[in-house]
Design a protein around this ligand. Structure first.
Ligand SMILES: Cc1cc2nc3c(=O)[nH]c(=O)nc-3n(C[C@H](O)[C@H](O)[C@H](O)COP(=O)(O)O)c2cc1C
Length: 361
């Protein structure tokens, strides 16, 4: 592919994004009882106008108890769906594809917002609640031991994922990503470090994958076949005895065979606080996207410290991933895609309102 393939359209099922730059999901901790606010509109609107081809919402939780913090977005009632429809229209009006990430925080639920300390919220007296998990193991010793989910409770959460997907479809989102990374509920089923069950949801790799597979089945029943479905994985746990890239290749081989997932968003880590990442440097997670794409043939997204136009362009041009997802650089600079395009010699002129903008450098 050419050096400017980053700026070429990409197609997933019936959806075409104008380029291969996506806004990575980023919690803003600014919702009120799960409901998005003006902050969400301006934040994601700016990123759509900034030129990204796909704009993902932050992790949007399938139930109040599945939220990471009391400031996290939900998608479980009519007011939330109405808000989402407005957000979708706003993103689309600036030429980007609106995507939603749906999630359950599992044992990391009921945290304080990062700027409040990020620790556990005491149950009830401070508005917190007891988290749930595949096994009764706390994320840190200072957090309470989560409730081990029964099979019936797992079924209920699977149904909540499906219900949330249905609301996302009605709101008009065009891509849905299931969050199965960063130590949240679905990742904690996948990882042998946090899943100590011996029933049909634990033990072998296939059984640990069952919760994710059940969620995909249920979500696909609500999310039409013409719309793409992505899955975010922590491709490695960065802890001894945890998931390795070979485990993730095996999992994605199973996902590919199902034919209903369109892209693996390749992140890493988050399962234990004492993870050991040997080196965090620009593009440090790209090799996971590259390996999964090469070994399974499924499309991948690369994420993690991709901050220069040259690196983003190289990842796509060399077929190491099909998308780049950018996080913190887009928090700092929503106009990054326009600057990157100018640097790569192809100024973005798609928005008539911005055609007289000073050249981005
Ligand atoms: C403020 C903030 C909030 C985040 N929230 C989410 C989230 O809701 N879902 C998710 O999968 N990752 C989340 N992440 C991780 C990012 O999506 C991304 O994977 C990570 O920041 C690495 O990419 P970067 O180096 O380009 O920032 C968050 C990161 C930040 C900085």
């Amino acid at each position: 592919m050419s050096q400017t393939a980053l700026l070429r359209p990409v197609e997933f099922r019936s959806v075409v994004a104008k380029n291969r730059i996506a806004v990575s999901p980023m919690c803003q901790y600014s919702a009120i009882e799960g409901l998005g606010q003006d902050w969400h509109l301006q934040n994601l609107g700016a990123k759509a106008a900034g030129g990204a081809g796909i704009v993902f919402t932050e992790a949007t939780h399938v139930s109040p108890n599945g939220r990471i913090t009391q400031g996290c977005l939900g998608q479980g009632d009519d007011a939330q769906e109405t808000f989402a429809a407005r957000l979708v229209a706003l993103i689309a009006s600036a030429g980007a594809v609106p995507g939603i990430q749906i999630a359950h925080a599992g044992r990391k639920a009921s945290s304080l917002r990062p700027w409040e300390g990020g620790g556990f919220v005491a149950p009830e007296s401070e508005g917190g609640w007891l988290p749930v998990a595949p096994s009764a193991k706390a994320f840190t010793p200072d957090r309470p031991v989560p409730n081990e989910l029964s099979v019936v409770e797992i079924d209920e959460i699977v149904t909540e994922f499906a219900r949330t997907a249905g609301r996302a479809r009605r709101a008009g989102y065009q891509i849905l990503e299931i969050h199965a990374a960063h130590g949240y509920l679905l990742h904690s089923f996948l990882s042998p470090v946090t899943n100590l069950r011996s029933d049909r949801y634990g033990g072998s790799a296939a059984r640990r994958a069952r919760a994710l597979m059940d969620v995909i089945d249920a979500v696909r029943a609500e999310w039409p076949l013409e719309l793409p479905l992505f899955v975010r994985l922590s491709c490695v746990d960065w802890v001894g005895g945890g998931l390795t890239i070979n485990d993730s290749v095996q999992l994605v081989t199973w996902l590919k065979a199902r034919n209903d997932v369109d892209l693996i968003d390749c992140s890493s880590g988050g399962i234990l606080p004492q993870q050991n990442v040997p080196s965090i440097h620009p593009g440090y997670q790209v090799p996971f996207a590259e390996a999964i794409r090469r070994e399974t043939g499924l499309a991948t997204g690369a994420v993690g410290m991709i901050r220069s136009a040259d690196l983003a362009a190289e990842v796509i041009a060399n077929g190491r991933a099909d998308l780049v997802l950018l996080g913190r650089i887009l928090l700092a600079d929503p106009g990054w895609p326009r600057r990157a395009a100018a640097q790569l010699g192809e100024p973005m002129l798609d928005l008539p309102q911005y055609q007289r903008a000073a050249p981005a450098i």
